[in-house]
Structures are given as C-alpha cells and as structure tokens.
Design a protein around this ligand. Structure first.
Ligand code: ADP
Length: 330
C-alpha cells in the first residue's frame, strides 16, 4: 500500500508511494478491555484513515493532480471510492486477493484512554515490485508500507530528480534513520516529537528541557541540518501543533529557521488529520508555486487548511477543499 501521483501534465503531478488506506473502527467502552474480559461497546463508528490515504486526499482537495499508489483488500471498495471523491486518481490502487484492507481497532474508554490494535493487511502485502515514476514530478512518502518499498521509491525518485517529500510516521528505527538515503530527499515534514526522534539517531546530546517547544525545535532543526550523515540539501518543516510551523528552507545563502503561527481555528473539535492535511496541502502548494518558490509562500494556505481540519471531526472527512481555504484567506 502506497501512493503515487501521476498525471498527463508532468509538472503538476505528485507521486506518493507509502502507506495506504486504513479502515479505522472506534469502539466506545466503559474501560479498556482487560485480559480475558468480554464487554459490550456503548458506541461504534468507522472511518477511513491511513496517512497515505489522508495525505493523497488532502493533496486532491487542494486541487493537485495526484495519483494514489496503494494496496487494499477486497473489502476496500468504499474506501477507494471515498478517496477518489477528493479528486485523487485511484487507478494505481491494487486490490490484493486474500488480504484485508489495513485496519485499526481503536478502543476508546470513558476516561479518554485509547488502546489501538493495528493490522497492516494489504498495506504490507508484497507489492508488484514495479517502481514506475515516469511522468511524475513529486513523490510524497510516509512510513506505513514496507520500508523496502518506501526506499525503492525514494531512490528511484532521487535518481530521476523528482522532488520528494517524506513524512516519517510511524518513525523508523535509529539504525534505519542513520543509514537513510537522505540525499534523495527534498523536504522532510515532521512534528516536534518526530524531529527529536530523528535527531537522536545522529546526536545524543540531551534535550534542553528548559526551552519552549518552539525554541527547542529550532535548536534541533539546526542540529539536524548540521548533523554528519544528514543531507544539507533537505528542507526541514516542523509542525508544532497549535503553535504552527517552523521552516528551515535551504535555498538561501544563509538558511535560517522561519516561524509561522498557526491559523486560528474557530473551535477545536478534533485535531486528527491535521498533520496529514499539512503534508497533502504542502505538496499541492509546491506543485502550484513551483519548487523554486520560497517555502514561506506555501505556508499560509497549508496552515489555514489545518485550522479547518481541526474544526471538524474525523481524519479524511475533515480535510477542506481548496476553495474553502482560499475563502478564509481572502
Ligand atoms: P501532527 O498531527 O502530525 O502531530 P500537528 O499537531 O503539529 O501535526 O498539527 C499540524 C498543523 O495543524 C499545525 O502546524 C497547525 O498549523 C495545525 N494545528 C494543530 N492543532 C491546531 C489547533 N489547535 N489550532 C489551529 N491549528 C492547529
């Protein structure tokens, strides 16, 4: 399971292998089920998730020409239909015989505690081994498919000069991070926790806990940029939740970290999907403005899209269309 994006006009194409759709099943419970216990749930809901699906959908809602390269099971027809409704080309989504679509079984207890079982299903079924990036201009990767597939796409894109964006979630191991082909990557998108995890693979200096989240992230972005084994050509984008985003654009002569505060949400209902909205909109804006534009030019639209996402419940379902984002920016 992964996603790609392709199109007839190569400049306006995103590819994103990595990850894929999931079906998230939420069970409301008085408490998290104990070993050996059987209890009835007091509520149930089901939604489509998976970072690849969410990010492809966000890019599609942002108006990008995006192709999702992913794998689902025979039970994935509704999921694929929903993703396509966001303007995503799903012609590269493969249905894997004998597999189920990736699943998350989420127990949500009355006290707010969560407990999650993940079944990767078709996301981890062997792929067809084909890495065809001809006609694509951008590649957006996450980490919810086999690492070898992600790396194969990243290396192929790096070789072909395709701009790559990587949102490493879930986080690979330190060993993988230390040996990662960073030079194939153009943009790294992380939240502040993920930034710490990546830096720890290069630099074991303890965190300065007295610093604010923002100042610590700025220091860590500088440290990562300068770390031996990381590529200086990678732009680093760190989302810091309700505080907004930090951007280390490496295009200028003296790259610095720039801070943009989050767009104000009218109400905060559910922050699920905010990070995926950012990543999908980021690629779409990159395709819109061109890779030579300062990253700062892309950010206001991304942040406004995230603010609308947190105002609405759900992940994929809460990602706004570009027109609604533009209306707020006007
Ligand atoms: P992740 O879900 O990957 O941890 P973040 O929590 O950093 O990502 O959120 C991504 C972006 O969503 C942030 O950069 C910010 O712009 C926006 N965002 C998150 N929480 C809020 C909030 N409460 N109000 C407004 N914007 C928010």
């Amino acid at each position: 399971a992964w996603q790609l994006s392709r199109s007839t006009t190569p400049r306006h194409t995103t590819a994103h292998p990595a990850n894929s759709p999931d079906i998230d099943e939420f069970y409301l419970l008085p408490h998290i089920v104990r070993p050996g216990e059987t209890i009835a749930s007091t509520g149930f809901s089901r939604s489509t998730g998976g970072k690849g699906a969410n990010q492809a959908y966000a890019a599609g809602r942002a108006g990008a020409n995006v192709v999702l390269d992913a794998q689902v099971g025979a039970d994935g027809a509704d999921v694929v239909k929903l993703i396509a409704s966001g303007g995503v080309d799903v012609s590269r989504v493969r249905v894997i015989d004998g597999e189920v679509t990736g699943r998350a079984i989420i127990q949500r207890a009355a006290d707010g505690e969560n407990s999650i079982v993940l079944h990767p299903g078709a996301n981890f079924a062997p792929s067809n081994g084909e890495v065809d990036l001809s006609g694509y201009t951008h590649l957006l990767l996450q980490n919810e498919i086999p690492l070898d597939d992600t790396l194969a796409y990243l290396r192929a894109a790096g070789k072909a000069g395709i701009k790559t964006v990587y949102n490493p979630s879930p986080m690979p191991s330190r060993e993988v991070l230390a040996a990662f082909p960073w030079d194939c990557l153009s943009y790294l998108i992380v939240n502040e926790g993920e930034l710490s995890d990546i830096l720890a693979a290069f630099d074991d200096t303890p965190l300065d806990t007295k610093l604010s989240v923002k100042d610590r992230a700025i220091a860590q972005m500088h440290a990562l940029h300068g770390a031996k084994g990381f590529a200086k050509t990678v732009a680093i984008v760190t989302t810091i939740g309700p505080e907004g985003v930090l951007v280390f654009d490496v295009k200028g002569a003296h790259p610095e970290v720039a801070y943009s505060p989050a767009a104000k949400a009218r109400k905060v209902v559910d922050t699920t999907g905010a990070g995926d909205t950012f990543a999908g909109y980021f690629v779409a804006m990159l395709m819109d403005k061109g890779d030579d534009a300062p990253i700062a030019d892309l950010i206001p639209t991304c942040l406004q899209a995230c603010a609308i996402t947190v105002e609405n419940a759900g992940a994929l379902e809460s990602i706004p269309a570009r027109a609604d984002v533009e209306a707020r920016l006007a």
